[in-house]
Design a protein around this ligand. Structure first.
Ligand code: NAD
Length: 257
């Protein structure tokens, strides 16, 4: 795959840590100019600098994906900085407050769906507008979860928002396919990221190791880089006839009940 993104410009949201950071680094290694977007401006500034120091091309912009003006500014930044937009990875997401539905604060619902679902919608909207305007097609990958298919007791808003991303993906892919823009979704299982660690800290290692990892047929959590490679494949020209599809890098979590 080396060099397969030469001349391409990519946005990665949620690029300050975990899956987003691994994806930004991989796309840059493969030749793309990458815009790192996330809420934590200092972190993405450092990560963009590290990519440049390693010989890649990168820029950053502090972005709250639930804010329409921020998302529009993020897309404008990519086009103004690197001259075009070919690839977008809509990865930013939060797990929110872990509690039973009956105890869930109303504002947790708004925050989680606001970032995971409304945020994904806003990114698609402004990214697709820029791609349509340029007329060169494009590739967009949304990051869902196995909770795009499975319920998640204790994280209802998260599961609902992740289910919603499937509908966004299929609808957007059908709307944009005639213009050469592909939209796919990657739905990871358990991945060793700061989000995974926060959930471990909240529900305990035993609940993860005995309750969840045992259901993963590879008997381990994934590395962020393993998810980044699945995302990069769908962003690449190797996936030129794939749109509206779901890829589930989950170590076999969803194979059996
Ligand atoms: P993470 O917490 O390490 O990273 C999340 C990123 O999203 C960070 O960069 C954070 O700053 C950013 N972010 C959060 N809210 C934002 C906002 N409003 N605007 C812009 N950026 C924002 O988590 P991760 O595990 O790398 O998660 C990345 C994606 O992968 C999420 O969509 C998550 O739902 C999904 N996912 C993770 C796992 C897992 O086990 N880690 C499993 C399935 C799906």
């Amino acid at each position: 795959m080396a060099g397969s993104f030469d001349g391409k410009v990519a946005i990665v949201t949620g690029a300050s840590s975990g899956i987003g950071l691994a994806t930004a680094r991989l796309l840059a290694e493969l030749g793309a100019a990458v815009v790192l977007a996330a809420r934590r401006g200092d972190d993405i500034a450092e990560h963009a600098e590290a990519i440049r120091a390693a010989g890649g091309q990168a820029s950053h912009i502090r972005t709250d994906v639930s804010d329409s003006a921020d998302v529009q500014a993020m897309v404008d930044h990519a086009v103004e900085t690197f001259g075009r937009l070919d690839i977008a990875v809509n990865n930013a997401g939060i797990e929110g407050h872990i509690s039973m539905l009956t105890d869930m604060p109303d504002d947790n619902w708004d925050r989680v769906t606001g970032i995971n679902l409304r945020g994904n919608f806003l990114c698609l909207k402004y990214e697709a507008r820029a791609m349509l305007k340029a007329g060169n097609g494009g590739a967009i990958v949304n990051v869902g979860s196995v909770n795009s298919f499975l319920g998640s007791p204790g994280a209802t808003a998260y599961a609902a928002s992740k289910h919603g991303q499937l509908g966004l993906t299929t609808s957007a892919s059908a709307e944009l396919a005639p213009q050469g823009i592909r939209v796919n979704i990657v739905c990871p299982g358990l991945v060793k990221t700061p989000m995974h660690q926060r959930i471990r800290d909240t529900i305990g290692d035993a609940a993860i190791d005995q309750g969840m990892i045992t259901r993963v047929h590879q008997h381990r959590a994934g590395e962020p880089e393993e998810i980044a490679r699945a995302i990069a494949f769908l962003c690449s020209d190797e996936a030129s006839y794939i749109t509206g599809a779901t890829l589930t890098p989950d170590g076999g979590l969803m194979l059996t009940t």
